[in-house]
Design a protein around this ligand. Structure first.
Ligand code: XMP
Length: 488
């Protein structure tokens, strides 16, 4: 039973603007609160995920958000190969130790090496015998003064091979930093007892870690990333995305309490038991139960709450988001996944940082954002100047534009029968600058809300914070009123 159970009755549903967090006894400062969320295999210092939408999440946003401490979910309005390549881009963006470094054989020419370095955007490449034994390393420094006349020459003529600095497998990052510094080098190949190349640690990756200590990382020190799959292409996409190293899959549907979604969860769990699955979207206790029983590791909540959604208008179906989160969170607590309650993600309708605070109080473990991130630099699409203001395109994945040219199965049977009834709009949002700034504003709001609630961490916020229902007059009072706002 939650502290707010009395507020959420069975026949009336509430959303963000219907409620406020009641300020409570507080001994915590916003700067000291812990916002870490544990969602299945992910530990996120910033409990925010980006929506799997083609105007929100591709590799650049997923990289930036994971570096801030959140998680990007790559959209699936792409071919299977292209989506897997996006996963690969994120996974290669940064590494603790690169376990499968790109390398070349003795027979390669300088032109080959330059092509490989340009294609992978890397500044050096180890050179190995056919059996993998390391014989040298070729870096930008070795070829700085080479010209076209050297193109056909062997890499062995230029590589550094004498006094090559290497370290054994198992070298920690701290030990690697010392070796890199002692020898004033930028790349440290790791070799086994037989001299076979087993990994590479680079200064660039170490600097990235130091710059962004909150990053969401996997066990190899690579950025974490999620990706969407549908119900008609589940196995094919899962195969490719898992091979590319995806950390979590999201079954991306508008209605997750369906046979198709339950079967998709089972397909993944049976064929790829090691892959974590987020199932959704649902808004009821029964929906959570069905997904949990099918084996979902996380459940995503929200139908029709998204800022670009028209599901509630077109289909007359949905559930105001605060009630949906609360009901699903209560149900999720009764399911145990590897010793912890089933986590839920609140997806849709979150526009302000205050909404994020309220979503956690209702029971969310993480919050998914579309609108709130679509205006940032890293989101796909160009800036548009309209009437002196800068905008970026933001459209529903069920909008006519997003569905055109692909076999959409997100919006149910009408589409599958070829009728293409749109359940989303094509729109634009204000340009919002770099993601880093946006995330610090949103997290500043979350921290502030936790301060008012007296919550030292997200568990406190969920378990001990009271909400109150407000009226229309209360909502008017909540916004700036009786003034002419000069600056927002
Ligand atoms: P926000 O409010 O952050 O919501 O913009 C993003 C979420 O909206 C969902 N989504 C849609 N829902 N029609 C819908 O009814 C659509 O075309 C559509 N596109 C996205 C999705 O759950 C997303 O995360």
């Amino acid at each position: 039973m939650s502290i707010n159970a009395g507020l959420f009755t069975h026949f009336e549903s509430l959303t963000f603007d219907d409620v406020l967090v009641v300020p409570g006894w507080s001994e915590v400062l916003p700067t000291d609160v812990d916002t870490t969320a544990k969602v299945s295999n992910l530990v996120m210092k910033v409990p925010l995920m980006s929506a799997a939408m083609d105007t929100v999440t591709e590799a650049p946003l997923a990289i930036s958000l994971a570096r801030e401490g959140g998680l990007g979910v790559l959209h699936r309005n792409l071919s299977v190969e292209a989506q897997a390549a996006e996963v690969d881009r994120v996974k290669r963006a940064q590494a603790g130790m690169i376990s499968r470094p790109v390398s070349l054989g003795r027979g390669a020419t300088l032109a080959d090496a330059e092509a490989v370095m340009a294609a992978h955007k890397i500044s050096g490449v180890p050179i190995c015998e056919a059996d993998g034994r390391l014989v040298g390393i070729l870096t930008n420094r070795d070829v700085r003064f080479c010209g076209p006349e050297d193109d056909d020459k062997s890499v062995t003529a230029f590589m550094t091979s004498e006094d090559l600095v290497t370290a054994p497998v198992g070298t920690t990052l701290d030990e690697a930093v010392k070796v890199l510094h002692r020898h004033r080098i930028e790349k440290l190949p790791l070799v086994d007892d037989g001299g076979i190349l087993r990994g590479l640690i680079t200064v660039k990756d170490i600097i990235k870690r130091v710059e962004k200590p909150n990053s969401t990382l996997d066990q190899h020190g690579r950025l974490c990333v999620g990706a969407a799959v549908g119900v008609t292409d589940t196995a094919e996409r899962t195969e490719a995305l898992a091979a590319a190293g995806v950390d979590v899959l999201v079954i991306d549907t508008a209605h997750g309490h369906t046979r198709g979604v339950i079967e998709a969860v089972r397909t993944i769990k049976k064929g790829w038991p090691e892959v974590k699955v987020i199932g959704g979207n649902v808004v009821t206790r029964e929906g959570v139960d069905a997904l949990a029983e099918a084996g979902a590791d996380v459940v995503k909540v929200g139908v029709g709450a998204g800022s670009i959604c028209t599901t509630r208008i077109v289909a007359g179906a949905g559930m105001p988001q605060m009630s949906a989160i609360h009901e699903c969170a209560m149900a999720a607590r009764e399911h145990n996944v590897q010793g912890a309650p089933l986590p839920i993600i609140a997806d849709g309708g979150v526009v302000t940082s205050g909404d994020i605070v309220k979503a956690f109080v209702a029971g969310a473990d993480a919050v998914m954002l579309g609108n709130a991130l679509a205006g940032c630099d890293e989101a796909p699409g160009d800036l548009e100047l309209v009437d002196g203001a800068m905008w970026k395109t933001y459209r529903g994945m069920g909008s006519a534009g997003a569905m055109r040219g692909r076999a959409s199965d997100r919006y149910g049977t009408a589409q599958n029968q070829g009728k293409h009834v749109a359940e989303g709009v094509e729109a634009r949002v204000r340009y919002a600058g770099p993601l880093h700034e946006l995330v610090s504003q949103l997290m500043g709001g979350l921290r502030s809300g936790m301060g008012y609630a007296g919550a030292a961490n997200l568990d406190d916020l969920r378990d001990r914070t009271r909400l109150t229902r407000i009226t229309g007059a209360g909502l008017r009072e909540s916004h700036p009123h009786d003034v002419d706002v000069l600056r927002d």
